[in-house]
Design a protein around this ligand. Structure first.
Ligand SMILES: Nc1ncnc2c1ncn2[C@@H]1O[C@H](COP(=O)(O)OP(=O)(O)OP(=O)(O)O)[C@@H](O)[C@H]1O
Length: 281
């Protein structure tokens, strides 16, 4: 493995009490990439992520994360990694600032606490006790704790659950800032538009196996997928599914068809995803 690879996984397997939930995963994430792991509830995303974080043992397979085996890597390795968990419930009596400062103390080259609070948009709540924060504000604090140590690699497990739309856009900007600084990011999310907005590449996990991998534009044959054209003809709704809409549109224009209600739509990432998941149920 070369230094350009942040995460390399070969043949990863994990069972809970004899039931295999990760069933032979291969994965490669380059340095500086934003990689999204998608999949339905129970697909094995969190299990996989936790193995990569060194928080869970694997049954089989080879795993290298920042050049080390997370199963045996030490504190120096851990300091290079940032983790945003699905929920942090402790330390409810500390203020947001106190909590960020506390976590900053574990890292050799942490970001200034005020900068981190600003990056996640928690200035107004910086002196509030954690237990008084709203759900979305708690998630922002979780993100702050994940990035305060200037990680080379950041794990984000469903980071924007409970965010209002504005907070989600704010968070996307933050992720782009981190990515532009060179941070590698492994993201799990159920929001397909979030994966599309952020990910360089993504993989779909279904029942413990990767069923598709690609860029948001090409996943699951999306680049080749046809278009659906709809319009009205003499008051009657018309729909045609075509590989390339160009000839049909030419024909409609040549026939002087009224095209005021014309739509041409191509499958969204969510359409592609739902198809993939449906085919692997
Ligand atoms: N500690 C555990 N003991 C037993 N079974 C577990 C444990 N953790 C997870 N599982 C099971 O493993 C499977 C995969 O769970 P995992 O949390 O990895 O899925 P996920 O893709 O992250 O799901 P979600 O989208 O709901 O977060 C599920 O069937 C789950 O019930």
């Amino acid at each position: 493995m070369d230094g350009m690879t942040a995460i390399e996984v070969r043949g990863l397997r994990k069972a809970y009490r004899g039931h295999e939930v990760v069933r032979g995963i291969d994965l490669e994430v380059g340095r500086g990439e934003v990689f999204a792991l998608l999949g339905p509830n129970g697909a094995g995303k969190t299990t996989t992520t936790e193995i990569l974080e060194g928080h869970r043992r694997r049954d089989a397979g080879e795993v290298r994360v920042l050049g080390a085996d997370p199963g045996t890597a030490g504190p120096d390795w851990r300091a290079r990694i940032g983790i945003v968990l699905q929920n942090t419930e402790d330390a409810a009596d500390l203020t947001a600032t106190e909590m960020v400062r506390h976590i900053a103390g574990f890292y050799p080259d942490s970001r200034p606490v005020a900068e981190v609070i600003g990056l996640v948009g928690l200035e107004e709540k910086k002196n509030s006790r954690i237990r008084t924060l709203s759900g979305g504000q708690r998630r922002r604090l979780d993100v702050a704790l994940g990035i305060v140590g200037r990680p080379e690699l950041l794990f984000l497990d469903e980071p924007t659950t409970g965010f209002d739309p504005e907070a989600r856009r704010h968070f996307w900007d933050l992720i782009r800032t981190l990515a532009a600084e060179g941070t590698t990011i492994l993201l799990t999310t159920h929001y397909l538009e979030e994966a599309e907005a952020l990910a360089d590449r993504l993989a779909v996990l279904a029942a413990g196996q990767i069923v598709a991998e690609g860029t948001p534009a090409t996943l699951g044959g999306r680049a080749q997928a046809g278009a659906r054209v709809t319009w009205h003809e003499n008051g009657v709704a018309r729909t045609e599914q075509v590989d390339d809409p160009t000839p049909l549109l030419r024909k409609l224009v040549a026939a002087d068809t009224d095209l005021r209600t014309l739509t041409v739509t191509r499958p969204t990432l969510e359409d592609i995803y739902l198809n993939l998941i449906g085919a692997h149920r």
